[in-house]
Write a protein that binds this ligand. Structure first.
Ligand code: DSN
Length: 426
């Protein structure tokens, strides 16, 4: 049981004012330090990003945009937001950036508000194929308020079939097409999507939330020459705070800005904007390029080590930070494997695989990725060990062997002591 005193050195005011909450923060710090975090959409932000997101910028209202606010006292806030915007433009090579969306789903909703009317046809990748809820999937507002048509991947290859995408786009004539997703292990062919969107007369949106850091670091091709809008969260491979950005050519700047505010949101979260600015500064440094390439090298090495142990990887491997595994051949359902791995100190999420015969809440697969372990400094030479732990964990899940899971947990924690996580107390 954590006592608040153990953590007073990191959050003294919090520990004094609210020991119960401070204890939970301390427990989470220890959990993040001692476990191998493989959820591909998670990461460790730097201490500088953490500090920026916990500043007095929190106290300020600033509806509007720099130089055009509805509240006074913006002498510093305007500069904070301008820094974030200018850094986003420089890192991604775009004309325009809006750093105010609260997160990825509101950012995508703003895109619809800018370019479509309720009832219009919109197109994106189906959620169980690797897309995102907000790409027009039925249970999301985007699938309820718009007519969502969905493409997928081929069953035999696990890859997007561009003949199918073209045929669907030309038949359905969507106003907006989304490319990108949440469980795509392969490079996104933005040029192919661009050609189809132009033929269909659609606005093309690249949702690069998962791969934004890889793009910034030159480890994934940039969508900029091929798409109308780029939507991204800032907290995945980009390693910033939980937030989002919309980027575009100048011609779409007004429509996007108007959609974010006043279309959907009120005051921007200035402490988050500041932390985004810090993360973007970090992303402009040579060390970030090394990190982005290391994320991919680690994922490829991990995929090879898993394949060597008989794991079935969707599309046969990975080009990026993410690996999607179908555990059917191992005869362990994804949820049972994910929960057992959690007990073994390896944090993953259960996930549908394309054409999954099981349900989303009890699917066949698990999804893993290498951003967090790379941020801790683990390298390709460690990936065989990681694959071995996953293999033992999945086997122990099938056999109900809690002792084996505990043994893996101890080994994981032991290795990780040599790789302190950014932003966490040592
Ligand atoms: N929740 C994010 C992910 O894990 O990929 C997508 O929104």
């Amino acid at each position: 049981m954590t006592t608040p005193q153990q953590h007073q050195y990191t959050h003294p005011a919090l520990a004094a004012a609210d020991p119960e909450l401070a204890a939970l923060v301390g427990a989470e710090e220890r959990l993040q330090a001692a476990t191998l975090r493989l959820i591909p959409s998670e990461n460790y932000v730097s201490a500088a990003v953490l500090e920026a997101s916990g500043t007095v910028l929190q106290n300020k209202y600033s509806e509007g945009y720099p130089g055009r606010r509805y509240y006074e006292g913006q002498q510093n806030i305007d500069q904070v937001e301008t820094l974030a915007v200018e850094r986003a433009k420089a890192v991604f090579g775009v004309d325009h950036a809006n750093v105010q969306p609260y997160s990825g789903s509101p950012a995508n909703l703003a895109v619809y508000l800018a370019f479509a009317e309720p009832g219009d046809t919109v197109m994106g990748m189906a959620l169980p194929m690797g897309g995102h809820l907000t790409h027009g999937w039925g249970v999301s507002a985007t699938g309820k308020w718009f007519r969502g048509v969905q493409y997928g991947v081929r069953q035999d290859t696990g890859l997007i079939d561009f003949d199918e995408v073209r045929e669907l786009a030309l038949k359905e004539r969507p106003k907006v097409i989304f490319c990108g997703g949440t469980a795509l292990p392969r490079t996104i062919d933005f040029a192919a999507f661009g050609e189809i969107a132009r033929e269909a007369g659609a606005v093309l949106v690249a949702d690069v939330a998962h791969i934004a850091g890889l793009i910034a670091g030159g480890a994934h091709p940039s969508p900029v020459p091929h798409v109308d809008v780029i939507s991204t969260t800032t907290h995945k491979t980009l390693r910033g705070p939980r937030g989002a950005m919309l980027m575009s050519r100048e011609e779409h700047a007004k429509a996007l800005d108007k959609a974010v505010f006043p279309g959907l949101q009120g005051g921007p979260h200035n402490q988050t904007t500041a932390a985004i600015a810090v993360a973007l500064r970090e992303a402009s440094l040579p060390s970030f390029r090394d990190y982005a390439h290391a994320v991919v090298a680690n994922a490829k090495a991990l995929a090879d080590a898993l394949l060597a142990r008989g794991f079935d990887l969707v599309s046969g491997g990975t080009d990026n930070h993410l690996i999607l595994m179908d555990l059917t051949p191992k005869q362990v359902p994804g949820k049972i494997a994910a929960k057992a791995l959690d007990r073994a100190g390896i944090v993953v999420n259960y996930n549908t695989v394309p054409y999954d015969p099981r349900k989303p809440f009890d699917p066949s697969g698990i999804r893993i990725g290498t951003p967090s372990l790379t941020s801790r400094g683990l390298a390709t030479e460690h990936m065989d060990q990681v694959a071995e732990w996953i293999d033992r964990g999945v086997a122990a899940a099938g056999a109900g062997d809690e002792q084996a899971l505990a043994a893996v947990r101890a080994e994981v924690a032991d290795l990780l002591t040599a790789f302190p996580a950014p932003g966490l107390p040592v």
